[in-house]
Structures are given as C-alpha cells and as structure tokens.
Design a protein around this ligand. Sequence first.
Ligand SMILES: [Zn+2]
Ligand SMILES: [Zn+2]
Length: 350
Amino acid sequence: MRAAVLHSPGDLRLEERPCPTPRPGEVLLAVTYNGLCGTDITEFTKGPMMVPLTTRHPGSGHVGPTVLGHEFVGQVVDAGEGADGWVGRRVASGAGVSCGKCARCRRGRTNLCDRYYTLGLSTDGALAEFVAVPATTLRAIPDACPDLEAALAQPLAVGLHAVARAGVSPGDTVVLLGAGAIGSFILAGLAGHDGRVIAVDVDPVRLAAAQTLGATETCLVSPAEPIAAVRDLIPGGADVVIEGSGVPGAAQNAVSLTGRGGSVLLVGLTKTPQSLDLADLVLREIAVRTSVAHVCDTDLPRALDLLTTRPLSGLLVDRVVDLDDVVDDAFRPLAEGQVAGKVLVSARHG
Ligand SMILES: [Zn+2]
Ligand SMILES: [Zn+2]
C-alpha cells in the first residue's frame, strides 16, 4: 500500500509499505480521508519529535519511520479476533488509544490514560491506503453524515472537549483568544451557546471565518496591543476566556481579560514556560483549567452528531489533496503558511 512516511525534517516520502494485519481487537480501515493539523506540520518541519523513528509498529510489524495521520475516517474491510462486528461499517476514529483499565480510564478520562498513545504520532497512522486501529477508538458514522463531514470529527471532538472543560454556563460571555486551527473548532463546539462569544485574532480573514462559525463579535488586535481593544468590549471582564493561540504572553492576557470569579481555559501550547500573576488569580478567585485531546466515548459521538446536523466542511476545508500529492500540495503549502483552512488527504483505493 501507499503510505506517507516521515524520515527527517522536511523529508516526508510516499512509500510502499506492507498492508497491516489487524491484531485481536483491531480492525483494518480502508482510509477515506485523513485531515492534517498543526501537529503534523510541526512534525514535518521540525520533527520527528513525537514520531518515533525506530518503533516496531503493531499490525504491520514494520520497524522504522512512522506513517503520519491521526484525523481519519474510513471503511472497515477486515477485523482481528473479537472485532468482526465492525466489518463493512463506515467509521470515524479517535486519535488517542487508551487501555480502558487504568484509574483514569475507569473515570472516563481516557485522554489521560496511563498507557495512552496516539495513532499517527506514537505509531503508524492513516496517511496511507490502510491503517490498523483498535476498535475501541472507533465510532460508526451516522448514515446522514457524509465522509467529508465526518473527516472533521476528531478535531471537532477536541473543540467540544475544550468547551466542556471550560465550564461554559448559559448566558456566559466567552472570549476566545486565537481563531486559528484549534480556535475554529472551539467556535464550532460553542454552537448553541446563548451568550456573547467574542473571537480575538490578529488576522482579519480568520475573524471573518469566526463570525460565520458563530462568534457573535470579533475583535482585531495587533501583536503589540493584544488586549486593549478586547477590554473595551468587556469592561467587567469575561466569564470564560479560552486561550487557543499559544502565543507567548497569551495565558496572562487571558487571565487579565477574565472577570472576578471567572475561569480561564488553556488549550494553546507554548514551548517556553510562561508566567502568571498568581496573586491576581487568587484575589479575584479565577479558576485556571486546561484541556488536551478528546475522550472517544463522549466527544467523538457528539462531534459526529453535530456534523450531521450542521455540516462544516464548506466553512473549514480549504482543499482535498490526493495521497499521491500529499507532500507538494498539502505539507509544503501548509508549512509555508499558504493555506488558511483544513486540508484533507484522500486515499483513492483500487
Ligand atoms: Zn490533529
Ligand atoms: Zn487507561
């Protein structure tokens, strides 16, 4: 089968790989679409970082560089022992695999599993014609939901998880810092919220998209003046501020924009340690929460339901690229910042 394999920074190759054999509890998916996100692009430009170079990959038994791809949908074409019921079904996959047995898993927090690993990052993923996946990470795609929409389920699940972690209550004023990749799925995840949703970004194009996705207000800021204009919109501070930009200093800006008794959710990642004014947090009783990845059992079905009733591909997908052209038409333009929206990679079979 054809597969996109990361060897070294900038060296992603389309190669022939043996088709994996599903182990007990796993299925073999014929991949329909695989979405790319910032993590893939960082791996491509600076990696391998999270991606191992010398892993023995379960299923294929292949030892060596990893096949990328962790946001995918496909058709189940074969199954290992105990997973036969899935054959023939159209499915969306979660990205993270959890054990189902540890203390965190038993509490439903499978994204924090002791033995968590991520398909397409810790082991071979779905930028290929086929991928072997544990059946526990799969959800059937509703009949009314086309593959193109379902391909957004994993990143939308991440957005829905973030909104749930933020503890948004009805009527709350929510400020979102950063309307980029993560931010757009958080906005989509805020669908139905009845309070103000203010999207903040340095890019007017992103803000226009944010409005279409459901932001009630947008605020264009500059890197030099990242919060003054936002403060004018919310004199008493916001109930919830979601930091999705990952820009250095943004976490403290999020705290500054939060009103007394409000909460801050950190989703964006910064490489360098950031400082927060803890006395201010305590004196104004502000809760700081964090969110990572998603929970397969709860966030993924909600994402699929939402995409069935509210298609998002028209708003979020910039292009669909054939697997054969994945390097030149997807990774390079993404790495050069030439693509604003989501890129989906399609693996034609046969
Ligand atoms: Zn991703
Ligand atoms: Zn576990």
